[in-house]
Design a protein. Sequence first.
Length: 270
Amino acid sequence: MSFKRVTEESSHYHHLEKMSVQEILSNINKEDKTVPQAIEKVLPQIEKLVTAIADKMLAGGRLFYLGAGTSGRLGIVDASECPPTFGVPHGLVIGLIAGGDAAIRKAVEFAEDDRNQGWKDLQECNITEKDVVVGIAASGTTPYVIGALQKCRREGIITGSICCNPGAPLSDEADFPIEVVVGPEFITGSTRMKSGTAQKLVLNMISTAVMIQLGRVEDNKMVNMQLSNDKLVDRGVKMLMEKLSLTDYEEAKNMLLKAGSVRKAIESYI
C-alpha cells in the first residue's frame, strides 16, 4: 500500500473562526463519532497484538510504549494507570517519550527527530527479547519511534505500532501494525484530536485486554486495584461485600485493609 499522509490533509471545515461555539462543538463531535468506526475496522489487528503481548507477559516480559508528543504522552498515561487499576508492579508497563520526562509537560524541540534516541531509551530500561515494544505515532513517520522499532526487530524483540495513516513507514517496522485511519482533523494537522482519540481508545483496549488475560480482573471487577485513596477503598469494600455476601461494612473494610486487595481478602476468607 502506498503511503498517503491523511493526517495532514485539509479539514472538511473552513473559516472556523466564523463559527459559533455551538457550531464548533457540534462539528468536533460529528468528527469524533467517526473514530470508533475506524477502530472497528482494525479489531483483528489489535487482537493479534494483544495476543502477542499477553503471551510475552505471561512468560515474564514487559510492555513498552514509545512515542513523541501527544502519542508519547498517551502511552505514558496508559502505562501509569496499569499499577493502580490492575495492581501490577510499576515497571511492568513502561511509557517512554522523546525528550524524556520533561516532554510530558512541555514540548522538547526536535526530540522526535533523533532516530537513535528511542533505542537508547529502551536500553536504559534493559530491554530484552522477552519484552514487547509498541511504537505510537499518528503520522507513522516519527524518526524517534521508527529507529527504535528497527533496532528492536534486529534484536529479536517483538514490535507493534499504532498510527493513523495507511501504509505508513512505521507500519513496515512493526510485527503487528495497527493503522486507524480517521481522516483529516477538524483543525488541519492537529493530530491531538481524532488521531489522539483513536490512539487512546486503542491503548485502552490493549492494556485492558492484556490485563484480563493476565488474570488481573475477576468477573467485571478490578480485584487487584491499589487501595490508594478513600474512593478506592470504598469501592473495594463494596466488591467484597457483594462477593462474600457480607452485611457489615466495617467488618468488610477491616478485612480488606488487612489483606491489601480485594482478591487477597476473598482468598483469605475462602
